[in-house]
Design a protein. Sequence first.
Length: 547
Amino acid sequence: MTEDLWYKNAIIYSLDLETFMDANGDGIGDFEGLCNRLDYLHTLGINTIWLAPFQSTPNRDNGYDIKDYYSVDPRHGSNGSFVDFMHQAERRGIRVIIDLVVNHTSDKHPWFQSARKDKNSPYRDWYVWSEKKPETWNEGMVFPGVQKSTWTYDKEAGAWYHHRFYEHQPDLNTDNPEVRKEIERIMGYWLQLGVAGFRVDAVPFMIETISTEKKVKPKMHFEYLQDIRRFLQWRTRDAILLGEANVLPKESIKYFGDEGEGIHMMFNFLVNQHTFYALATGDIAPLVKTLEDTRVASPTSQWAQFLRNHDELDLGRLTEKQREKVFERFGPEENMQLYGRGLRRRLNPMLGSRQQVELAYSLMFSLPGTPVIRYGDEIGMGDDLTLNERDAVRTPMHWSGNRQAGFSQAAKLVHPVIDVGPFSYQHVNVSDQRRSEGSLLNWMMRIIQLRKECPEIGTGEWVVLDTKVAGVLALQYTRKEKVLIVLHNFNNKPAEVTLTLKIDDTSQLTNLLDHHETFTNKGRKRTVTLEAYGYRWLRVGSPDDIV
Ligand code: NOJ
Ligand code: CA
């Protein structure tokens, strides 16, 4: 049955229209540009696009500040161009997930404008107000250091409003049944236009009822997630919710629901952080523990595994000591760090070597769950630390070595392209890598293809094998009679691993990426020698079993 669940074996590609491809030469990416690049994405092998918010916005938080949920921001095109895009994507068998950003609106949203003007406005109760200065006014900021408070006094309203994020993002009152109805209407609208689901922004905050008093903890409404799920499934039966909730394992079960009746998928922030710790130190023990701790119970629930996204690399769930080690290795300069907990860097410049990038991606594609790639990481793009906050990792896609990286004809862009150093577009771009056999892009295509050939990663049973070698992670997947073993060596020196397989003495191991490698049989033991940062995808069975 789980084979029917498309999201369990999807390959998700996350992109932001603004910085992907500009077709009309105004310096801002648009739907037409994205349509022109759909063949590229199709060839890359991805089959699901997660599109960052594209609705009308004052754009003070990269579009996560929406002022009209039923629109396309004119900078990107029109509702017509959205439908064109959906059609083009569908023709190529690509599903589209969009952001559902309903924890808050922009303060420019007409609802908030009306709510603040008039106590009797029908929209007043759509937001969260306090007549008195809340005790908790400067607690729980998501962007510490940049954001000063979570409650702000609004002169026009004569009251304080709550905002979990920046001051210009007033929180919607999701306790209000009318707000809930409107959220369903928004979902229904985009579902009707063909989206395959939603990446739900800021889930924990969206389902909380906040208090103004220090001693009263926020109340969480997990049942609301089930309501949304039910609505979604009534409208579009195989659409999904992919939640953004950086929470502890015992909490995540409440989001998924015991029987999988909550949200379908969640980003695995814990595995993400411990992966970076393992990459920085070679110590895989905390990663193994996290994998076990985040094992999903329901067959319909699924983790989304990722390396980088459009935000900072959040390391807030590591211990201080662990975080210090990751900072030391991947972001030693203060300017690389953000909000006291994360790194505003792209993957490639952090890891430095091609072997480590391959190791990280090979791991991500073989972790229990569904892989999510960030645009530009397939060619190894860098970051621009001269930009503000998280914008460092949001520079335009490098399509070619030509002016403005082939992204736009305009002289001034939404964010500048990277044009200095080893990660400049002259060195790192799609056009060159497409035509170079050993490129990262070609490697990425191969590993995506391989992930598709191994659906047991999405739907099979898995165990961590004890390799007895420090720094080598071995995962074994089983589905029906098929067995897959993936090995990752986090050490900067070679490692020899002896696997004792639960198979008969004559069974073979087949390297799925290289037909030259052979393994000698010693009873049920097979020895594999991994290079420094080496990895293997091994099918238990003869070469006949892999085709
Ligand atoms: C999470 C998003 O990933 C982030 O980019 C945004 O700033 C906040 N939610 C607020 O919407
Ligand atoms: Ca444009």
